[in-house]
Design a protein around this ligand. Structure first.
Ligand code: SF4
Length: 237
């Protein structure tokens, strides 16, 4: 019997971008370097506190009213577990022996009972244009896939989930006349029409790869591997 494999949206994302990186991470515990998103974490926390206020009184957040979102923050006994990085919402497949989990930033509930999955992002750009970013950059498409994987997790746990999901984007204004020890933000609510139809198939492909002896080639465009190759060509030390 195969052992249970723990998966997250980043395992699947790595598989989609470079299967080799997925194997390096899951089988050999080797990860590419990454920077902590400390500003993002601070914004996540502040937003969480604000949404929890409206969750407790079951009223729409003012942003919902401004953006015609007919919902309230979802009240559920497991909301803190779902938002915890170390736990998250999980689905365990007995048939395929895996345990998939992901931590959401928030969940809202529409009047018809469907759940809306939400992710909070922080950035600082002069001209914030989501559609341009989405068309130009892979990371923006990965944000949509992240929401789709979380929607899939909620569906697997028996919840009715809306097809739309939201990115709540906080854009730090960097051209203010005075700083005054305060960073101010523009808020952008981005509605995404999502589909979870691809998720299960990709999860099974990841499992097949991880249970095989295959060690896929590196992706050609990856800046990390290209850096390492050039570095080693120059000197082995
Ligand atoms: S090509 Fe990039 S993504 Fe793939 S294994 Fe190398 S570092 Fe990881």
């Amino acid at each position: 019997m195969d052992t249970v494999i723990k998966l997250s949206r980043s395992t699947v994302e790595k598989y989609l971008n470079c299967p080799r990186c997925c194997v390096l991470d899951k089988k050999h515990k080797i990860k590419p370097p990454s920077l902590p998103f400390t500003l993002n974490i601070a914004v996540d926390n502040l937003v969480k506190n604000e949404f929890d206020y409206y969750r407790a009184i079951q009223e729409p957040h003012p942003l919902f009213i401004e953006n015609n979102i007919d919902a309230v923050p979802f009240q559920h006994k497991d909301i803190d577990i779902w938002r915890s990085n170390f736990k998250g919402i999980r689905y365990k497949s007995v048939e395929h022996n895996y345990d998939f989990g992901g931590a959401v930033d928030d969940v809202w509930q529409k009047q018809n009972g469907e759940l809306i999955v939400v992710d909070v992002k922080a950035t600082s750009r002069n001209n914030f244009d989501w559609f341009e970013t989405f068309n130009k950059y892979d990371y923006a498409k990965a944000y949509k896939r992240q929401l789709e994987m979380y929607q899939w997790l909620f569906r697997k746990n028996g919840f009715k989930v809306a097809n739309e999901a939201y990115l709540l984007y906080f854009n730090g204004k960097k051209n203010e006349k005075f700083f005054n020890n305060q960073l101010t933000f523009d808020v952008h609510i981005i509605k995404l029409d999502c589909s979870t139809s691809w998720v299960e198939e990709k999860v099974l492909q990841v499992l097949n790869l991880l249970r095989s002896d295959e060690f896929p080639p590196p992706s050609i465009n990856c800046e990390y591997c290209n850096y390492l190759k050039k570095r080693w060509q120059l000197s082995k030390v």
